[in-house]
Design a protein around this ligand. Structure first.
Ligand code: SF4
Ligand code: SF4
Length: 311
């Protein structure tokens, strides 16, 4: 692969000591941009492939220094919870990031930075000792890493060249050509199934599920990549017994008994991030109880599959 180290993509996080994204201690690279719009998205700052301003009113001291930095005159001071804080007019803001350079209170940050494969690999290899001693590796996640296929393919290739175990976390919503290119350098695929009914899937995520289910079968049967199926458990949206049974049936009958199922309970982290992006959070989604998770786990186990709660 020619000059693969210089291929770039927008990255919004490189998480070290990650223990939920594959075996051992891993470095997880979060690529920005996603073709889905899940109602419960835990990483809303990953939706767009371009940088996005995030603001934290609780950290703002009201010093006002960011106001003069903004070329769009998008910032003003206003009362917020009995204190003066900076407010951003999102209709004027262009996400240029200028205001983040002056704020010493970390009340503003720009999510997303363009990085090359070489730069990302350099970061990953700083943790080589922990990765190798724990049987870990590198995981590329998102957003959806398949919307940057050149970068993702090159990062996986570079990681394999460096002797690292590779994993991909994906929604599998991509063309077959992209799937074939990217997954040839993957040791473990962590693939989401969000709903088995395509009509409901489209309502919840913006896209139907036929391509996704087909790609999961292709990755497992044709490309021979080991697969873990991940099911986010979102109360009121996809946690009905019928859907979980249908998901387990798909894994047992159309994939294989060695495919693990990970049930990922909904958490509220994405809601505060939505506020930081000035988006409305859906406060109606409840966190599933331990009891409920255990019941769903037992349903999947009936199919003879290995199941765990959490990643
Ligand atoms: S966002 Fe930062 S720079 Fe702007 S008023 Fe608040 S503390 Fe000051
Ligand atoms: S990101 Fe740029 S346009 Fe947006 S508020 Fe900050 S300085 Fe203004």
């Amino acid at each position: 692969m020619r000059d693969y180290m210089s291929i770039t993509a927008p990255i919004f996080n490189i998480q070290t000591y990650s223990i939920h994204d594959g075996p051992g201690i891993r470095v997880t690279v979060f690529v920005k941009g996603c073709p889905l719009r899940c109602l419960w998205c835990a990483n809303p700052e990953s939706n767009l492939a371009t940088p996005q301003l995030m603001t934290y009113a609780n950290k703002c001291t009201g010093c006002g220094r960011c106001i003069a930095k903004c070329p769009e005159k998008a910032i003003s001071l206003s009362m917020n919870n009995d204190k003066v804080a900076a407010v951003t007019n999102r209709e004027l803001c262009t996400d240029c990031g200028a205001c983040t350079t002056i704020c010493s209170s970390e009340a503003r940050e720009l999510a997303g930075k363009t990085m090359s494969v070489g730069e990302v690999l350099q970061e990953i290899l700083k943790d080589r000792l922990f990765i190798e001693s724990s049987g870990g590796g590198m995981t590329v996640s998102g957003g959806e890493c398949l919307i940057h296929p050149e970068f993702t393919e090159a990062l996986l290739y570079a990681s394999k060249q460096a002797g690292l175990h590779t994993a991909v976390e994906s929604c599998s919503f991509a063309s077959r050509e992209i799937i074939d290119r990217v997954f040839k350098y993957v040791d473990l695929a962590l693939l989401d199934i969000k709903h088995m009914d395509s009509f409901v899937h489209k309502k919840l995520t913006g896209v139907p599920n036929e391509l996704i289910l087909d790609n999961i079968k292709h990755i497992y049967h044709i490309l021979k990549v080991p697969v873990y199926v991940r099911v986010p458990i979102i109360p009121g949206y996809n946690d009905a017994e019928k859907n979980i049974v249908s998901t387990a049936g798909f894994v047992a009958e159309q994939l294989g008994p060695d495919v693990q199922v990970h049930l990922l309970p909904y958490h509220r982290l994405g809601e505060s991030k939505k506020e930081s992006l000035s988006k409305k959070a859906d406060m109606s989604i409840e966190v599933p109880s331990e009891d409920h998770m255990q019941k769903l786990k037992a349903l999947v186990e009936q199919y003879g599959l290995m199941v765990q709660i959490g990643g």
